[in-house]
Design a protein around this ligand. Structure first.
Ligand code: OAD
Length: 247
């Protein structure tokens, strides 16, 4: 049976969607594991850890400054827009619940208009003061001289508000609660290499949810999904979400 036909039989009320770098690929944002996971000969893991920041803060800031600047050159694609429009439509019905959890640190879901959105790995558009823990909007590059507006100290007090390897992802209580109650879980554009996100499918399945993966290739956790749709998110996500647009 074609994917859309079998999905029409579902009438979900509580949906959790997980997105990864693949949903932003067609907007021109590089996925994490492009270039064999290397950035200017550094392993990504070596620029995205607290230890790397302690060892060489300027290198780590440079890595994130480049990624932050890139946000000006990219725009949401049809998959981001379809998710935002679907959420708005789906939530018109009382009792329906929708949560979009993204591992992406870009702001493309926000710019497409998604509302019930959690950035579990942080956001490039924010920085955090190491002293006070306060979070600030961050449009400019962070340099050693950048001064936070809370304690006004400069010299490496601001760090990207990004979850680095070895740090705890954000909003986990809310995310687990939604997963434990959802009846449909959709994972889009994520390789399934990084936990805890890679384990969400198991929690949703244990809760009785139907689980659907949309990805260019089977992910590491592909066998845990009820259904896999292989193809680019920009085409497949709008097509699949139409299935429930009449609900
Ligand atoms: P990855 O780069 O690991 O995986 C991206 C996935 O998207 C791959 O499986 C690709 O096949 C797929 N893909 C590529 N283009 C696509 C398209 N147009 N449509 C659909 N799928 C496409 O990125 P993530 O899984 O998001 O964490 O990586 C997870 C986490 O690992 C990141 O959030 C980051 C990284 O380390 C932290 O920084 C904490």
């Amino acid at each position: 049976m074609p994917a859309e036909d079998s999905l029409k039989l579902l009438s979900p009320q509580k949906i959790v969607v997980l997105t990864g770098a693949g949903i932003s690929a067609e907007s021109g944002v590089k996925t994490f594991r492009d270039n064999d996971g290397l950035w200017e000969h550094h392993r990504i893991e070596d620029v995205a850890t607290p230890e790397a920041f302690a060892r060489d803060p300027e290198l780590v800031q440079h890595f994130y400054n480049l990624r932050r600047a890139q946000l000006n050159d990219v725009a949401p694609n049809s998959a981001h827009h379809a998710l935002a429009a679907f959420e708005q439509h789906f939530l018109q019905k009382t009792d329906n619940e929708f949560l979009l959890v993204t591992q992406n640190v870009d702001n493309l879901h926000d710019r497409a208009g998604s509302k019930n959105l959690l950035h579990m790995h942080g956001e490039l558009a924010l920085s955090r003061c190491i002293n006070s823990g306060q979070i600030h909007q961050q449009k400019q590059p962070i340099t050693p001289e950048s001064r936070c507006t809370c304690c006004h100290i400069n010299h490496n007090t601001l760090r990207p508000h990004i979850v680095w390897f070895g740090e705890m992802p954000l909003h986990m209580d809310t995310i687990y609660q939604a997963l434990e109650q959802c009846d449909l879980f959709i994972s889009i554009g994520t390789s399934g290499h990084v936990y805890p996100a890679a384990g969400f499918v198991e929690i949703a399945r244990a809760a009785g949810a139907y689980t659907l993966e949309i990805n260019l290739e089977p992910s590491q956790v592909n066998r845990l999904f009820h259904q896999h749709i292989q193809g680019p998110a920009g085409t497949e996500v709008p097509k699949i979400l139409k299935t429930w647009q009449t609900i």
